[in-house]
Design a protein. Structure first.
Length: 198
């Protein structure tokens, strides 16, 4: 498994097929992962301001916010990125989008119609964690979210917006291949939502 994780961290030559999704994996969630993966490397444009960029602005607008309306810091956009990915997948497959339209991780958790899996439950039964789930980290006033692309014996492989290669919740890029060691030490604050599975 260590070799596989090294590949995940490099990420640049991987395709969604390299994730080895189960053959029975939901086609909608596979599409969500493919959409998210294709955004790997999208970054903010410092000339436009913090939390801004042509594509980043699209993510933010998808949640009905004006990216320019909150200067000088703009809006954190990790939840916007998650919603945008689900929206693009829904359009591609001509179905409704089951993801909550929000830029807030906490609002997403509170209002989701998806099945919630608490960190404590995932720690006890790793089989509850599946590709296509949304992870929600909430503690104190800090929060972050992203999409689970794969599950390994040492953690979840994710694609996240508004992060960096170090995994910051206040980065400036879409990053694929972050390995979060939640299956070893699943913190009380990292919960999961299963959205749109058939």
């Amino acid at each position: 498994m260590a070799k596989e994780l090294t590949t995940f961290r490099k990420g640049s030559h991987m395709t969604v097929d390299d994730l080895h999704l189960p053959s029975d994996h939901d086609s909608f969630l596979r599409e969500v992962i493919e959409v998210a993966y294709a955004e790997n490397g999208v970054a903010e444009d410092s000339k436009m301001g913090q939390n801004r960029g042509l594509r980043v602005d699209e993510y933010i607008r998808s949640t009905h916010l004006d990216p320019a309306a909150n200067p000088p810091t703009g809006y954190p956009w990790c939840a916007c990125f998650v919603f945008w990915c689900f929206k693009q997948a829904a359009v591609a497959l001509n179905r409704s989008n089951p993801c909550t339209r929000t830029a807030s991780v906490i609002t997403h958790w509170d209002l989701t119609s998806g099945r919630k899996i608490l960190a404590a439950d995932a720690r006890l039964d790793h089989s509850k964690v599946r590709p296509g789930m949304v992870f929600c980290k909430t503690h104190d006033r800090h929060s972050h979210t992203g999409i689970v692309c794969a599950v390994t014996d040492v953690g979840i492989v994710t694609v996240e917006g508004n992060t960096n290669k170090a995994g910051s919740r206040e980065g400036d890029t879409v990053v694929f291949g972050k390995v979060r060691p939640v299956l070893i030490r699943f913190t009380h604050s990292t919960d999961l939502i299963e959205i749109g599975a058939q």
